[in-house]
Design a binder for this molecule. Sequence first.
Ligand SMILES: [Zn+2]
Ligand SMILES: [Zn+2]
Length: 620
Amino acid sequence: MTVSEVRKKYLEFFKSKGHTIVPSSLLVPENDPTTLFTGSGMQPMVPYLLGEKHPSGRRIADSQKCFRSQDIEEVGDNRHTTFFEMLGNWSLGDYWKEEQLSWVFAFLTSEIGIPKEKLSVTCFEGDEKLGIPRDTESAEIWERLGIPKDHIHFYSAKKNWWSRAGVPENMPVGEPGGADSEIFYEFSGIAHNSAFGERCHPNCDCGRFMEIGNSVFMEYRKIPPAEDGSAPFTKGRIGHSEFEKLPQRNVDFGGGLERITAARNDSSDVFTIDVFAPLIQKLAQLSEKNYTDPAYTGSFRTVAEHLRASVFLIADGASPSNTDQGYFTRRLLRRAVRHLDLLGIGADTLSSLVKPVVSAYADAYPSLLQKSEAITSEIGNEEHKFRKTLDMGLKEFSRMAEKSLDKTLSGANAFMLFSSYGLPIDMIKDLAPEKGLTVDIAGFEKELENHHVISRAGIEKKFKGGLADTSEESLKYHTATHLLHQALRDVLGDEVGQKGSNITPERLRFDFSFGRKMTDDEKKKVEDIVNAKIQAKLPMQRVVMPRAEAEKSGALHFFGEKYSDEVSIYFIGDTLETAYSREFCGGPHVTNTGVLGTFKIQKEEAVSAGVRRIKAVLEK
Ligand SMILES: [Zn+2]
Ligand SMILES: [Zn+2]
């Protein structure tokens, strides 16, 4: 089966069970200050899992594009990818375990034909101390569905508990969580390797089992501990535990589309699925090397994976650059160039690989087709630019190796290769042993910090784990961004449209279409308008309506493809009709502009031809 067939079957199946199918969100989330990339299907759903009403109802399903930068260095084995699609379905206060597990089981077995004997499942073993019971309910459902009893396993919270903060002990008060139940596929012909432990089991890392899906049952919320440690004093507290039941129980399912397809085909190598096959074939042709030759398998996979991820990243707005999301696209493409070289393939190859990716995804993501030419030329330019400095960088690297007395590449030298020659740090780490060197990574990170580069370590620390930052300060900046957007249109005209937005708890940054530098007078006018709207203490309100109607309301919207049939609009003012600002937006926001403080533009500058950028702060 192809990826496209599995995706289609999944969405059709859940549609037949009353789910609304929503389009994938962009890989680069809008207005989310803490997350660089959409890393799971759940991420865009968090506000709704926390209780906000979803515009499309209580049963939602989708196939979400995801990117996980933290997996870059894992790519090369049989299963890790940075880009993947996650099939998801949600019950927002609607169905529960019985329906969820039966449906997922029916999808995997009847719909796409995985034999049930090949499946193993895991359930939460419970935690007596916390008063959270063992999930025998899920286990019984699995058994009734036909999963052999010895394929049903219980694990502790480390494996079978979900919360954004991890195990129950780490959850802050107010945080929701719950037990989950994972599904594993067992590949034919792979024996357990005792290097991974005496006994084989679903969570064993020997490669015999692969996780293909997880149903999370969100039903608890952390509450403060009982003061005397004994008598419960909060209504709803479970025994003496630190948990109470949530007013609304939710189900969240996520399953890796590529992994499910590989399991369906009983191939433990994810790179054998149809979306990678043409890429691997083309690389084999160009290199005259064999994919199954262990000396080259990793490079085949790395080029194919990184190229596919880059196509999707560029399509969603992350063009290669030195900062923010674009930095990862650049890193992927540079690593791909390095592995092309290892395969012995010459220059100007990467851009010729774009077409097979676009064709494999054209039915599900037609916009790739429209953007295909632009993506091809961006990737071509990036390869060309990098190769220009790469040769010089490698020569410099060899010179450094000859000169090094202690066989260490110092932090300063590593930084020089990185900043002057564009060698990604993982390439430097990769090449160092060949030159008999070890790299002073700590020294390198220190150099990065001194030079204020947005380093990978820095980015990943700041954007750890994909937690949405819903801090009060960020909400204020989000609301201020809406005011700024409208004020710019008031002063500069309708030519102004949002091109990008980035919010931290310290400032906002807003990119918009406009052909020239703003005058001081115009900046002052914009500031005055925003501050007048703050002083007017206007309510920020949300409505949900059909898309066509929303478009008629004049609400601002810029990302045509991703909207559902029902959309959420935030407006600033008493009614939608009389509102000062109206935008298609998922929130979250503060509830009144009165709390924002004083709005001040710090900088207005060019980003690219026809696009300007404003940095602004809210002073107390
Ligand atoms: Zn094993
Ligand atoms: Zn917004």
